[in-house]
Write a protein that binds this ligand. Structure first.
Ligand code: HAM
Length: 427
């Protein structure tokens, strides 16, 4: 098939019934985990004004924006949910009761270079807490990620969450390297987040580019890159004062996670920075233990996003958990189910003379039992109907033939046991 009209755009997916059943199974788990943590679901349009997303820190996500102009307005398909949620919070900030716990399950669009686990549309489960400054919020969110992973059937050792703190790095640099231009910090984070993708040398070039957003000297760039190699909180906190808030927050977070029983499932990892400019504090990402896949989820604290949109500051922390990478992991672990079609019964009238009675039977089962009923259309043969009913996973076949009808009865065949009974046709 070379006709482009007949193919989905590269990186996008059709969902056939069996795909959609599996997707709904996953989304059901997202929603159930969110509910267990007391979150409420919200939604927003997939289309936003382009300006909602534009920032000037060199983020990849903005180069990947699907955008267009229509009737003089510049619009974009959302690449992520966070700015839309911020817009919604901002619009009602006077009347909302904080802390807010909101979640979404939505499709996002990014024109990505495609690799395993990366598509041009993906769904994300977002969980965000607004209006809470303490790391009790981070702890609750990280616990929610593990709650989901457990519910999906993954073992404790299968996934680790790697945690770091942009605030700790910012404090480290505030009095030295970035003393005279603190505003360069978000751009610095966006640059160093690329280290795994483009390598240390290329990151050093980005940091030292005198026309770039950061413009560091060679030694300073080397220091920043070496910081990413740290794997102990105490080492990463060596350049901050003992009363550092960022250090205290990290320690408290690890203590809280210990209380949740998650100590062996989380690690400190200074190389986690996140590629979005708006993060301001704790940041985290979840990875499969073998590090074969990209991040399953990523998030962190972003206390200044609403301010950057012109509102008054509201602290916030959250994460986005994609549907693609978890699908790969569950498939690798043979944990991806094939949920059956949920069909309760097939109702089969032999011919047109039996159709009125069959419609009455279908109506009664749909209304009174809330059953899922497939009423056979047309006049196929019994053998074909039986085979289709088995294939669809129906539990019962209701047969209305001329003999049954003359007795005012219908024949009910249990498709598991093959047992047959008769019942009167409802009026
Ligand atoms: P993100 O790290 O860009 O964060 O995306 C979160 C997750 O979405 C990733 O870990 C990955 O599982 C999935 N994902 C992202 N891009 C793709 C893609 N092209 N194909 C497949 N999966 C993808 C955010 O979007 C933040 N807004 C998360 C957040 C919420 N931070 C605070 N609240």
């Amino acid at each position: 098939m070379s006709d482009a009209r007949l193919q989905v755009p590269r990186g996008t997916r059709d969902f056939y019934p069996e795909d959609l059943r599996r997707r709904e199974w996953l989304f059901g788990h997202f929603r159930a985990a969110a509910r267990r943590f007391g979150f409420e679901e919200v939604d927003a349009p997939v289309l936003e004004h382009e300006e909602l997303f534009t920032r000037k820190a060199g983020e990849e996500i903005l180069e990947q924006l699907y955008h267009f102009e229509l009737h003089g307005r510049r619009l974009a398909l959302r690449p992520e949910m966070t700015p839309s949620i911020a817009r919604m919070v901002m619009a009602r900030s006077g009347s909302l009761r904080f802390p807010l716990r909101w979640f979404t399950v939505t499709q996002n669009w990014r024109y990505e270079r495609m690799t395993r686990g990366r598509k041009r549309e993906h769904y994300q489960w977002n969980m965000d807490i607004w209006g809470e400054t303490s790391v009790t919020a981070e702890a609750e969110l990280i616990a929610a990620v593990f709650d989901l992973l457990d519910a999906l059937g993954l073992a404790h050792r299968d996934v680790k969450i790697r945690i770091s703190s942009r605030a700790l790095l910012e404090e480290t640099l505030r009095n030295t390297i970035l003393a005279d231009r603190p505003e360069a910090f978000p751009g610095l984070c966006v640059a160093i987040d690329k280290h795994e993708k483009i390598g240390e040398d290329a990151v050093r070039d980005l940091l030292t580019d005198s026309d770039g957003p950061v413009g560091l000297g060679e030694d300073d760039a080397r220091f920043v890159i070496s910081w990413l190699g740290l794997r102990k909180v105490e080492d990463a906190a060596r350049h901050v004062p003992p009363d550092s808030r960022a250090f205290a927050d990290l320690q408290r977070l690890f203590n809280l996670l210990d209380t949740y029983g998650l100590a062996d499932r989380v690690v400190f990892d200074a190389s986690i920075v996140r590629g979005l400019a708006y993060y301001t504090g704790i940041v985290f990402e979840a990875f499969d233990a073998d590090r074969k896949l990209r991040a399953l989820c990523g998030g962190g604290r972003y206390d200044r996003l609403i301010e950057s949109l012109g509102g008054s500051a509201i602290p916030a922390v959250g994460f986005g958990f994609g549907d693609v990478v978890i699908g790969e992991l569950l498939s690798d672990k043979k944990l991806l189910p094939e949920p059956p079609r949920q069909l309760d019964a097939v109702v089969f009238p032999f011919g047109d003379d039996e159709r009125a009675a069959a419609i009455r039977v279908a109506n009664a089962l749909r209304r009174e039992r809330q059953w899922s009923i497939e009423l056979v259309l047309g006049t196929p043969r019994l053998r074909r109907v039986l085979a289709d009913a088995h294939r669809a996973g129906a539990r019962f076949l209701y047969v209305l033939g001329p003999d049954e009808l003359s007795r005012g009865e219908m024949l009910i065949r249990d498709l598991d046991s093959g047992e047959q009974t008769t019942e009167p046709i409802p009026n």
